[in-house]
Ligand binder design. Structure first.
Ligand SMILES: Cc1cc2nc3c(=O)[nH]c(=O)nc-3n(C[C@H](O)[C@H](O)[C@H](O)COP(=O)(O)OP(=O)(O)OC[C@H]3O[C@@H](n4cnc5c(N)ncnc54)[C@H](O)[C@@H]3O)c2cc1C
Length: 286
């Protein structure tokens, strides 16, 4: 595999997931070239070895051991021309939001607190304050079953925290956004205000992967969990945050099992009380 990129055998993934689960994988490979990525996937498919693409690991629950290849993309190009910006899939969304605001470009300021990559955020349709990346995307360069393609948002469907790109196992390589011109000071103020709200309402002092469950239509998952009396409930090293009940935090060396058991516990309790089936927003990797 070395011909495709830097490989680490039996690698620790603790620093590659925001829950800081002390997970390991058989191989971790860093890929900085889209053709090498295509060749690697072709090779892994031929030898029937499982893999997954890792962004910033901020929306996933890793297993304690992944018996396959974890592919960490290092695709970071950045081009800006007037109001149009093209970035690689590994570019951090919060960095992009801050840079565009400094360029007096409006449209991405809501994304300043999201600790994911552009690729992970496009594939999962990251959103906040009812804003998402989708209306801003002009085109995406993707790898679709071994074929390099350029697509637009007309080529797939998306809904709240979901895209069919994900179902179709499409890999994002680059994204091009078109933003509006804006007032830098006003946009910086929006970021400041939203950061203050996040710091005040989210347990950012602990490792987590953001909201655990999607908000059911007409409800807030956090409120349902809080009203079920679950704030502060702990299983192993994983705890339901006292600050925001839709966050599970890694309080002390939480394992993947601790987090998954706590998720099951929450779902059962909320279902018992409200008859509502909470749907996971985070993705369990097996
Ligand atoms: C404190 C905190 C706050 C958060 N706030 C928000 C918020 O306000 N709104 C929100 O939507 N989310 C939020 N999140 C969740 C998370 O940051 C986002 O969902 C983010 O978009 C995930 O990106 P990632 O790069 O970390 O993806 P990962 O977690 O690494 O991966 C998620 C999925 O995307 C796939 N993937 C990653 N890169 C690619 C690629 N290039 N091509 C194809 N598939 C890929 C992975 O295989 C996996 O299936 C928050 C998380 C934290 C920890």
């Amino acid at each position: 595999m070395k011909k495709f990129g830097r490989v680490i055998n039996n690698a620790s993934l603790k620093n590659y997931n925001t829950y800081k689960i002390d997970a390991r994988c058989k191989y971790l490979i860093f890929i900085n070239d889209q053709n090498k990525l295509r060749d690697l996937l072709d090779y892994l498919n031929k030898i029937s070895v499982k893999y997954f693409i890792l962004g910033n690991g901020s929306n996933i629950i890793l297993p304690d051991y992944y018996d396959g290849v974890v592919i960490k993309l290092e695709l970071n190009p950045f081009f800006i021309e007037s109001n149009t910006i093209t970035v690689g899939a590994s570019y951090m969304l919060n960095k992009l939001a801050n840079i565009t605001v400094k360029e007096s470009l409006k449209g991405l300021e809501w994304a300043a607190g999201i600790p994911g990559t552009v690729g992970g955020s496009v594939i999962g349709n990251a959103s906040c304050y009812e804003e998402s990346l989708m209306p801003l995307i002009i085109k995406l360069e993707v790898l679709d079953n071994g074929v390099l393609k350029t697509i637009t948002t007309n080529d797939f469907n998306y809904s709240y925290r979901h895209t069919t790109l994900k179902d179709d196992k499409i890999i994002i390589l680059k994204a091009t956004f078109k933003l509006d011109s804006g007032n830098k000071e006003e946009l910086l103020e929006i970021i400041k205000d939203r950061t203050k709200k996040r710091v005040g309402s989210q347990p950012l002092e602990y490792p987590s992967a953001g909201s655990v469950f999607k908000n059911p239509e007409g409800y807030f998952a956090g409120k349902l969990i809080e009203d079920s009396g679950l704030k502060g409930y702990r299983l192993g090293g994983a705890e339901i945050s006292e600050k925001h009940a839709n966050f599970i935090i890694n309080k002390e060396d939480a394992t993947s099992q601790d987090i998954k058991a706590l998720i099951k516990y929450i779902r059962n309790k909320v279902f018992e009380k409200y008859g509502i089936n909470l749907i996971l927003e985070q993705e369990i990797i097996n």
